[in-house]
Ligand binder design. Structure first.
Ligand code: ZN
Length: 473
């Protein structure tokens, strides 16, 4: 009997010292958050498990001023980020983000009494830009509140941010002017536009081929079947470089036209969108509805789907308020014969901010209006309406035209028109504003904002402001 217990203890001992965990980063690891070193308790480390960089979640979350709760009984961690609640379980790959289940690369684990989670989770679910310096064992975290978020496609910053492991490419497809690359990680593509012949070269640093569903032909080069793709004559890919490994994809274009290339990650897929601008001389697109002489207005109800935005004082979601008001704006704009109205969403779904920007830019819209509700849970007395624009004078003009009417319609405190760098108004190319209609965290603001009658007044104010800006009577 005693022997069995001893064996069990020994067994447990070995379980705890799994080989994967034992080569947890030796030496000092560091976490740099927005340029400042995060002080790690002496036994807390950044570690590498199954080739995934794991970071201590409590230290990270606390330094970001998020609420963190550890439930000993269920072995679960709850992180409260504004209104978003993230819950993780030790040894379970499934986590929940705002009620939506997501799958982690590696389950959270307990190491030296602290819970570590994959770095990629921190980047994707907590909205931080991350990179990992494998040589010096440094994790760099950057919050995205006032960054110029989008990584430039052409800036290879791979010297510092060396991936700890190779990302495996499992599939490459080309359809409808989009190249879709499936992989088990995230890489920053380096995209170059080359001439003679007109081609786009996409380099994927630190990548190699995984279980490719399509076979590689002789050697390590292969071509995709692009028959039926009018703009493209060839798409080929190869393991271009070894050590560090790098896959290169080349798209040869049929025509000498200017190509705008956009890229983004949706899940594990890198999507590279080729926008044929049609003309070599003038890259300016014909306005979509221009022939009919109508102005294009894009209304953007903030958040949606898995992203609820803020939560109001009576527990209503900002996303629902944004949509309710936006649909009223749409309803009124549909009656305007000189305006074509388009919505970035008209139901409870979440387009990314990049997708919202792309929609407006692709449409060559004249006006972009993003609708939000504000909130400061810690100070429920904060109240009022504010309108944001970013730098452009056209945006400022639109902001002023809408704001003065919105103040009257809402009857809330006037917090003014402000210049601030939000992605959707920074990266859109037309007159663009972001409206913070009022504070959902304030009792009387919330009451006005959730009233149908007031929403119609606000919608009319927004429409009238847009019309003034567009000089429509
Ligand atoms: Zn919002």
């Amino acid at each position: 009997m005693k022997k069995t217990i001893l064996l069990m203890i020994l067994f447990l001992f070995f379980l705890i010292n799994l080989p994967d965990q034992s080569h947890a980063a030796a030496g000092q690891s560091k976490i740099i958050l927005d340029g400042q070193e995060v002080i790690l308790p002496s036994d807390v480390q950044v570690t590498v498990i199954n080739k995934h960089v794991m970071v201590p979640i409590r230290v990270v979350a606390e330094n970001l001023k998020f609420g963190v709760d550890w439930d000993q009984k269920s072995h679960s961690v709850t992180i409260q980020q504004n209104s978003k609640i993230i819950s993780l379980h030790v040894d379970q790959r499934e986590a929940r983000v705002a009620e939506t289940p997501i799958l982690l690369d590696v389950a959270p684990q307990i190491l030296n009494q602290s819970v570590v989670v994959p770095l990629r989770f921190v980047s994707e679910q907590m909205g931080l830009a991350v990179s990992w310096d494998n040589k010096d064992k440094i994790v760099y975290l950057t919050t995205s509140t006032n960054n110029s978020a989008q990584t430039e496609a052409s800036t290879p910053h791979s010297e510092n941010s060396e991936q700890v492991s190779l990302t495996h490419i499992s599939e490459i497809n080309f359809l409808n002017n989009q190249l879709v690359v499936s992989m088990n990680g995230i890489v920053t593509p380096i995209i170059s536009n080359l001439k003679d012949p007109n081609r786009i070269v996409i380099d994927l640093p630190n990548t190699t081929f995984g279980d490719l569903s399509q076979p590689l032909a002789s050697g390590s080069m292969a071509k995709l079947d692009v028959s039926g793709q009018p703009n493209v004559s060839e798409v080929r890919y190869s393991l271009f470089n070894r050590d560090p490994d790098q896959i290169r994809i080349v798209i040869e274009m049929n025509r000498d036209s200017i190509i705008q290339v956009n890229h983004e990650f949706i899940g594990d897929q890198l999507i590279i969108d080729l926008n044929d601008t049609g003309d070599f001389e003038s890259p300016i697109q014909e306005p979509l509805a221009g022939e009919r002489g109508r102005k294009i207005v894009v209304i953007d109800p903030g958040h949606g789907g898995s992203d609820p935005g803020t939560i109001s004082i009576s527990n209503k979601y900002e996303k629902d308020f944004n949509l309710a008001l936006s649909l009223k704006v749409q309803e009124l704009l549909l009656k305007e014969p000189e305006i074509e109205v388009l919505m970035t969403r008209d139901s409870d779904v979440y387009p990314t901010r990049t997708e919202r920007v792309q929609l407006a830019n692709t449409l060559n819209a004249d006006v972009f209006v993003s609708i939000h509700g504000n909130s400061v849970l810690e100070s429920p007395q904060a109240n009022g309406t504010e309108t944001y624009y970013y730098q452009r004078s056209s945006s400022k003009q639109l902001a002023n035209a809408i704001h003065k009417r919105l103040i009257k319609a809402m009857g809330l405190k006037d917090r003014g028109v402000k210049d601030k760098s939000f992605q959707v108004i920074r990266e859109t190319k037309m007159a663009a504003v972001l409206l913070e209609i009022g504070f959902l965290s304030n009792i009387s603001d919330e009451k006005a904002m959730l009233s149908n009658t007031v929403q119609y007044k606000a919608a009319q104010a927004i429409v009238d402001g847009i019309k003034e800006y567009l000089s429509i009577k």
